[in-house]
Ligand binder design. Structure first.
Ligand SMILES: Cc1ncc(COP(=O)(O)O)c(C=O)c1O
Length: 396
């Protein structure tokens, strides 16, 4: 079968890729998931090796060591932190604890907001970004949406376009949330990849806004997606409600060991990551544009790109997949088009390979080595499962 590989709705699915394109799952150069190309800090791997014996004990259900370090770093109390089995669990816990009837999303956005809201029985309303705003939505459109929903998800920087809303806009939305009683959930899963001086975040002002909850992930920046670790910070009444809904021990002991080691790993790792991502993103954008791709200029460790016609996301994913490179199709995001794909920003050597292969593929006509009928069939078959979860919902 050929076609899109996001059968579970996300990038990084090398097993599906291997079954579609052949080869070993572990051998793909994966540009479809946005993980720090440096890998985890070395202190994290050492701590995991030393901590292996701890698997014979239950993890701390109160996540106290990790929370203490986080609290210090973020200037919040432990009562304001909920630790999750990945940021994805934090999202689920918010929905479980708050049981919103109506959930708002800003599209294109991370599909899990819709998928989870739907799984928890909420009605979904959305607004859409505009190409001329780099796929951001105007603040007044988001405010109008907030008047209609109990809870709104906003990505900052947003996946898949990688752009941030200015902090003034966030303050405006947070003030609106206080007026409308809407809970504003700001997903900062990728914010650590942005240089500190450029980050637009309400985290330092959280105490002003009891209706704002911020979610962060440890899995992308610290390159531990297989371990799962994330957290939410917000008003203690929401955090307590989330704790009450959480399965005891859902955050495993090795993830907590790794999380503490991440937070102790020091500034060097952070600086090296940010500088490499910044340099490589600039280089990738320049070459992609010279190849005729239209690039959305975001600030995160991934790039939203429209491939030149007659290429589509499906045919490009297929052509690169057969050559051992995985990319994320974004054609299924509300508001985006058939040619939209997302590339992670990786290290120089991997990026050289991507650019070389992409350059040679683009010299072809766009559908030469792809049977488009079977791509369409693949889209229908492969996507049914995830589309079932995210379909429906109204555009404002
Ligand atoms: C925007 C965004 N938020 C959250 C997550 C989930 O992060 P985690 O791995 O911590 O569950 C992802 C994963 O791709 C994401 O893209």
């Amino acid at each position: 079968m050929t076609g899109y590989i996001e059968v579970f709705g996300h990038g990084g699915d090398v097993e599906t890729a291997a079954s579609r394109f052949g080869g070993n799952a572990a051998d793909f150069l994966d540009y479809s998931a946005n993980i720090n190309p440096l890998g985890p800090p070395k202190e994290v791997l050492e701590a995991l090796q030393q901590g292996l014996h701890s698997v014979l004990r239950y993890p701390d259900p109160g996540h106290r060591g990790f929370k203490a370090l986080l609290g210090e770093r973020l200037g919040v109390t432990q009562e304001q932190i909920s630790v999750g089995n990945g940021a994805a669990e934090s999202m689920a816990l918010i929905l479980l604890a708050l049981a919103p009837c109506k959930v708002g999303t800003v599209e294109p956005g991370f599909s899990e907001y819709r998928a989870l809201a739907r799984q928890f029985g909420a009605e979904i309303l959305h607004t859409e970004g505009f190409e001329e705003l780099n796929w951001k939505a105007p603040a007044e459109h988001i405010e109008q949406l907030m008047e209609k929903v109990d809870l709104l998800f906003l990505g900052q920087p947003n996946n898949p376009n990688g752009v941030q809303y200015p902090v003034e806009t966030l303050h405006r939305l947070a003030r609106k949330a206080e007026k409308t009683g809407t809970v504003l959930v700001i997903d900062e899963a990728f914010i650590d990849f942005i240089p500190p001086a450029l980050r637009q975040s309400l985290a330092p002002d959280l105490n002003q806004y009891p209706h704002v909850i911020i979610i962060r992930s440890m899995t992308k920046f610290y390159a531990i997606p297989g371990l799962r670790l994330g957290y939410a910070i917000g008003h203690s009444k929401y955090i307590q409600a989330m704790t009450e809904k959480q399965v005891t021990w859902s955050v495993n002991g090795l993830a907590l060991i790794a999380g503490e080691a991440c937070l102790r790993s020091g500034e060097r790792f952070e600086l090296d990551t940010i500088s490499q991502i910044t340099i490589e993103r600039t280089r990738l954008i320049q070459v992609l544009e010279s190849y005729g791709c239209s690039v959305t200029s975001g600030e995160a460790n991934f790039i939203l790109v429209r491939v030149p016609e007659p290429w589509t996301a499906a045919s490009m994913q297929e052509a690169l997949g057969r050559r051992g490179i995985l990319i994320r199709s974004c054609a299924m995001y509300p508001g985006l088009e058939a040619g939209h794909v997302r590339f992670a920003v990786k290290g120089a050597e991997a990026n050289d390979r991507l650019l070389e292969v992409l350059g040679s593929v683009l010299e072809q006509s766009g559908d030469q080595d792809v049977d488009m009928a079977s791509v369409d069939q693949g889209i229908q078959q492969g996507h049914t499962q995830h589309f079932e979860k995210i379909k429906g919902g109204k555009r404002l």
